[in-house]
Structures are given as C-alpha cells and as structure tokens.
Design a binder for this molecule. Structure first.
Ligand SMILES: *Cc1c(COP(=O)(O)O)cnc(C)c1O
Length: 730
C-alpha cells in the first residue's frame, strides 16, 4: 500500500478522532491553495511539522501531508504547539478568499462579470510545483499572485507538465546533465476542473491528422484559478500522451502541438467551464492561437463575418512580447500550420494563404514562416513590451508590420515587469519593514508612499538584518556544495572544504540566470589575473556565487557553465567562486535574500526586462548591472551601480571589452571601497544609505502590484470597455 492509500484508507476508516480529521482537513485546505507560498507564517507551520522532511521534499506541503495520518498530524501539531497557528492560518485564508474590498473592486469593477483570461506557457509559483523553467514562468506566477492580491478578476491558463523542466547535475568535468523526474500528481495541489454540472472538463481539438485530447486541472492560487491542460489521457496516441510532459523539450512539431493545446485548447476549456472572459491576455507568443478560436466561436454564435469577428476579438486582446531577438520568436512551417490549424481554418472560412498571412510580416511572402509573435500582434489591439528600452527595440523590430507608420507610432507600448513582493521578501526583512512602514503596507506595496518608511529604519538594524540573511545564504551554499561533492563521489577532504566554503564577512556577489550566451556569465572571467587580484585581496576580499541552467540544446551555454564550474580547480579562485547546481525558485530565493551585490551583465539591449535584480532590491542587496531592461529605467545614480553608459558598440567584441573594463573598474574603485569603508561601529554607512535609496526608489516601482495595476488601467479595463461593457450579451 502506498503512503497515499494508507492515508486515505485510514482517513476513511481508522480515524476515530473527529478533531484529528478536522485538523488534517484544514492543513489540506492550506496546502491546496498556493496562497500559502507568500505567507511565511503558514510556511513555518508546514516546516515545523517535520523540518527535515520539509527540506527533503522540496518544501512541498502536499507531499509532506501525504506522509501523515490525521492522528500523527494531530500529535505532532500538539507537540510543536502548532494547533492555534494552524487554526489561525486557516481563518486567514478563509478571510482572504471572501474579502471583496480590494483595489480592483474600485478600479476594475467592469471586469467583475467577465474576467481576464491570462495565458502563459509556464507558471513559476513555487519550487514544489515544477511547471516553469525560468524568468517567463516566474513572471506569470508573480502576475497572478498580484492579480489575486489586488482582487483583479482573472483566470489563468497553462499546461500541466508531468516532468516539468529538467534537474541539472554537473559531472566532475563541469558538464551539464539533464535529469527528468516524473511528478507525482498526488503531490501537486491540483484537482480535475469541472463544468457547471460537475463533470470533469476535457477538450478535443481536431487536426488534419486526427484529434488531440486533453484533460483540465485546476490549481488555486489565492483568488485566482489556474487551469492546466494535460494531454496524458486515454484516447490520445502514445506520442501525444507525452506531449505536455516537458517544458520546451521537444522539436518543432511538439512545440506547435503544445501551443495548439495552450491557445485553442485553453479557449475551449474556458468555454466548457462556463467562463466567458472579457479580456484575453496572451503572455508571449506561445498562446497566440487563442484568438483564432475565439474568433471562430463568435462567428458561429453571433453570425459575424471573419473580419468583423477579428475586429471585435482584437479589441479584447492584450499581447505581451518578451523577446528582443528575432531568432527567439516561435516560427512554424506552412505544413505544420495547415496540419494543426486546418480544421480551425475551415471554421473561420478563410483560405490557406489568408491564414498564413496572419503569421507573416508580409502576408504574401511565401518564403516567410508563420511567426507566433506576428500573429499575436495582429490579433491584439493592446500590445506591449516589458520595459521602456524593450519597447523601443520592439517597435523597431516590428516596424515593417505597419510600413505606413513612423517608428514612434508603432502600436507597441510597454509595461515594465515587476516582482511579487511578499514572495520574494525575506521574512526577517518583512518583520523589520512591518515595524517602520504604515500598517497594512503589504496590501499597498505598489505605492511609493509606503516605502518612504525605509528612510526611518535604523541603519544598524537594517545592516544586521542583511547580515543575518547573508549568513543563511552562506549556510545554504555550504549545504548544497557538500551535497554536490558527495554525489559526485568526491573524497572527505573535498566535502569538508565545501562545508567551510565562503565567509559571511566578505563582499558577496550573486550571479544567477539562464546560461544563454548573451547574458555573458563569463564577462567577469575575461581577465582572470585581474579577477584573482580582486577576489583574493587580503584586506578587502570578494566572493561570487553563481547558478543557472543552460537549455539542453544550447551547447555554447553549457560550455559557459563548464568554464565556470571548473574554476573550482583554480587554486586562487576555488574558495572565492562557487557554482550551485540546479537553479530554481528556491536557489533564487536564497541568493536574492543574501547577496550584497547582484551582477547582471547581458549584451545590451538583449535583456527585455530581467526581474531577479528587483528581488534583490527588496532584501537590501544592490544592483550592479548593464543599463538594460528594467535597470535602464531604475538606475538613478544613487541606488546601485551601472556597467557602461548605455551606449551602442560597433561590435560584440568591442562591447564585451568595454563592459568588462567598466565592470572591473566599478568593482575596484566604487563597490569594494564603499563596502569596506566602516565607521567606528563597524557599519558601512554610505553603503547602507545606498541600500535605503535602492529600496525607497525601486521596490514599489518594480513590484508586480504596480505592474498588474498598470495592466488593469491601461489594457484590461479599456479592452473590456471596448465591448461597450455589454454584460448582458450571451
Ligand atoms: C526571478 C527568476 C528568474 C528571472 O531571471 P532574470 O535573469 O532576472 O530574467 C529566472 N529564474 C528563476 C528561478 C527566478 O526565480
């Protein structure tokens, strides 16, 4: 009998304690709404139930509870004095779910009857829910968390990946290996989504080559319902059953089929669920097929022509583009498009050429492949990039779509990305802010006023809190590194060295992200002698923690990781530079909470926004970044450090050289002296003022609350109003 059977068996028969069952049910309810992921007081309840298993189980409360019987849970909760905390958390959740006095109630009432449908190929909500790979997913997760907090009526649509993204392991040569683990459904807080009659929802999409089926799961993220399509169902061909098993894993055909499921399947699923969205928000091109299905169903139901229906649907559609390089956009062949969109095209009553034209910059150019971003732009009246600079880049990149307009008139605006404050703010910092900020500030974290409290914080206290977080980071790094060494079968000596790596007193730099070459993870290594001199300085030492995955097919990215991982054999650097395997939300959280400096040095302007530096801001770390993405608008000269001057270079080589020089120079002449300049109390006063300036000027602005308020005001409400708010229709 498996653990789960045992629990449910005992749950149904052996339990004689009503209170034990009631307690167990409350814990289940807490675990089943991802609201807990941004409530430290609830996280600590789960952790205290069994701290060791909590860590071993990737902080997954579903998995943890599956190891408990109601009786054992009750006993354990009593031992650990958790009972009142569980009851309190449960009451808080109930209160949150039934509270209607939200920001959106006064600012977005029009969305009440017809919610926003937010489509994204990935959602990064927590490390225990592996349906994300990186930045795009975490952004979607943060978006829906803030929508929940603000009370914006929104349902989200994504895919359920049964293996998620890969686990990264480095071998003794530093080479990346990918491991895929099957997710156990009973360890994920999902349940079958049901229609108004209570039957599980499935969708069926016809292709020219047979049907594609999917079931639909429901995941509750605070007030937001996230619907996830899963192709692992009876009736699908074997290769289709594994279609949604991995993120970005397959070939082009897998990809178009995944996107067909997400877009067309997603719209069908909402309809079957009885949900009529007022706005469709396509987060990146992956879901750009969705409006085609909406157009088709409008034609069918309202008797509209294709053109009229397209016009109506576009007025309701918001499209966000995230990719500043032309090669980064999904493109499909006409054969793939006709196979997968053919039956839908019949329903739209348009020709093959017309359909292909919707995905081409020049509709008649038969040499052009079908581009999902082009489709997204043509299907939406509200299009935006994700930072001001990215807006410029996008308007230039897609100018040919509107050849009669000047560049400034290209209808792509921008809404800069932000992060979900309560998810990324360390608990210790949160407690400090709670004492200085206005009451209820956490509900108003997108407003500048509440953050002005930072200037009243006692500098010594801020510094101490930061140092305690840095200590936790060092402990985390030691734990992970010694585990890495043991797994590779290295000797006791090397495990012992890993246990003692890093020093909490040293200036600590973090660098973590996807290892794509444009992010230039090795820029810091471009002059090894200079780097050695910097980090091993006897009086002012520096240490660097790196982490990140390369896409399985990205060989240059993997070579970068190898180059860095092998620095651990470099006698002078090994104690100063460490690489943590398997970057994920958990690793990210430890890093952004504990570092002094967050380094970001992409090749400008290839970083559309970037968000990890925003997470660092919340916790008092300072940014050292190329003036790209969000930092190009965030940096004001006193709230962090810039690499370069935001200028263009004649070639990548020259740009790399100049940026490397600027990076070294800024470290040597500004950052290191500032950090080690201590007053009589041992405090780096000027550094601390910079921390305050960073928090005060950036935290609200680059919050997901501000971002979702912007989307609501500038896109959602107008897009819904475009319907002349005809709530009675249908
Ligand atoms: C925040 C986050 C990112 C975003 O990275 P950027 O390089 O800043 O875009 C990526 N991965 C994870 C796991 C994150 O938490």
């Amino acid at each position: 009998m498996s653990q789960v059977d045992m629990v449910s068996h005992q749950g149904s028969h052996a339990v004689n304690s009503v209170s034990a069952q009631a307690l167990f049910d409350k814990c289940q309810a807490l675990a089943r709404n991802l609201w807990w992921t941004w409530h430290p007081e609830v996280i600590s309840v789960f952790r205290d139930l069994d701290p060791i298993r909590w860590r071993q189980l990737d902080h997954n409360p579903m998995a943890l509870l599956n190891e408990f019987t109601p009786e054992r849970l009750e006993t354990r909760a009593a031992e650990m004095v958790l009972l009142s905390r569980i009851h309190h958390a449960y009451r808080q959740l109930k209160k949150y779910m039934s509270n209607h006095q939200t920001w959106a109630a006064t600012h977005a009432g029009v969305l009440g009857a017809r919610p926003v449908a937010y489509f994204s190929a990935e959602f990064g909500i927590h490390e225990s829910v592996p349906i994300y790979s990186g930045g795009l997913g975490v952004l979607s997760g943060d978006h829906i968390k803030s929508a929940s907090g603000l009370g914006v009526p929104l349902v989200a649509v994504g895919l359920f990946y049964t293996q998620g993204y890969f686990r990264q392991r480095l071998d003794e040569n530093g080479l990346q290996h990918e491991e895929y683990l099957d997710t156990r459904v009973e360890n994920v807080p999902i349940e079958p989504a049901t229609d108004p009659d209570g039957s599980p929802v499935t969708v069926n999409i016809q292709t020219r080559n047979g049907p594609l089926l999917a079931r639909v799961w429901l995941m509750q993220v605070g007030r937001v319902r996230l619907f996830l399509l899963d192709s692992d169902v009876d009736g699908n061909k074997p290769e289709d059953r594994s279609l949604t098993s991995r993120l970005y894993g397959g070939d082009e055909r897998t990809r178009i089929r995944q996107e067909l499921l997400l877009g067309v399947g997603g719209v069908r699923a909402l309809k079957a669920l009885g949900i009529t969205p007022g706005v469709y928000h396509l987060n990146e091109g992956h879901s750009a097929f969705a409006p085609l299905e909406v157009i088709r169903s409008r034609m069918e139901e309202d008797g509209l022509t294709f053109d009229d229906s397209l016009r109506e649907v576009a007025r309701q559609t918001v499209f966000t583009t995230h990719t500043p390089v032309p090669a980064g956009h999904d493109r499909f062949t006409d054969v793939d498009i006709e196979e997968h969109l053919g039956p839908l095209r019949d329903g739209l009553g348009i020709s093959y050429d017309q359909l292909m034209g919707l995905g081409r910059v020049e509709p008649q150019n038969h040499g052009e492949r079908f581009c999902m971003t082009v489709l997204g732009l043509k299907m939406s009246r509200y299009a935006n990039a994700v930072s001001s600079l990215h807006g410029h880049v996008s308007r230039r990149m897609w100018a040919n779509l509107w050849p009669w307009r000047s560049e400034e008139e290209i209808p792509i605006g921008h809404i800069t990305n932000g992060v979900h404050t309560p998810s990324w703010l360390a608990w210790q910092m949160r407690q400090l802010y709670d004492r200085y900020f206005p009451a209820g500030w956490i509900y108003r974290m997108g407003e500048p006023e509440v953050w002005q409290g930072i200037y009243d914080v006692d500098p010594g206290e801020l510094w101490e809190t930061h140092c305690s977080l840095k200590n936790l980071l060092v402990a985390f790094v030691r734990r992970r590194l010694s585990r890495q060494c043991r797994r590779r079968g290295e000797g006791d000596e090397s495990v012992e060295a890993a246990r003692n790596v890093l020093n909490p007193d040293f200036l600590t730099i973090g660098f973590a992200r996807r290892f794509a070459t444009y992010k230039r993870a090795n820029l810091l290594m471009s002059d090894i002698d200079r780097l050695v001199a910097i980090v091993t300085n006897e009086h002012r030492p520096v240490q660097i923690v790196l982490s990140g995955k390369a896409h399985p097919k990205d060989e240059p990215g993997k070579a970068l990781i190898q180059e860095i991982a092998n620095l651990r054999h470099h006698t002078n650097l090994q104690r100063h530079i460490v690489f943590i395997e398997d970057y994920d939300i958990n690793v990210c959280r430890h890093l952004v909470e504990g570092v002094d400096i967050w380094l970001n040095n992409p090749r400008r302007p290839l970083e559309a926004s970037g968000t990890s530096g925003q997470k660092v801001v919340l916790n008092g770390g300072l940014n050292l970044s190329v003036l790209d993405g969000w930092w190009a608008e965030g940096f004001n000269g006193t709230n962090g450090f810039a690499i370069g001057h935001g200028t263009a270079h004649v070639s990548d080589e020259i740009g790399d050289q100049r940026d490397a020089e600027s990076l070294y120079h800024t470290l040597e002449n500004q950052i290191i002296p500032l950090y080690y300049n201590r007053d009589i109390d041992g405090l780096p006063r000027k550094w601390i003022s910079m921390m305050m300036s960073s928090i005060g000027s950036l935290a609200w602005r680059f919050s997901a609350h501000r971002m979702v308020m912007d989307y609501t005001k500038h896109s959602y409400v107008p897009a819904c109003g475009g319907l002349s708010c005809d709530m009675t229709k249908r």
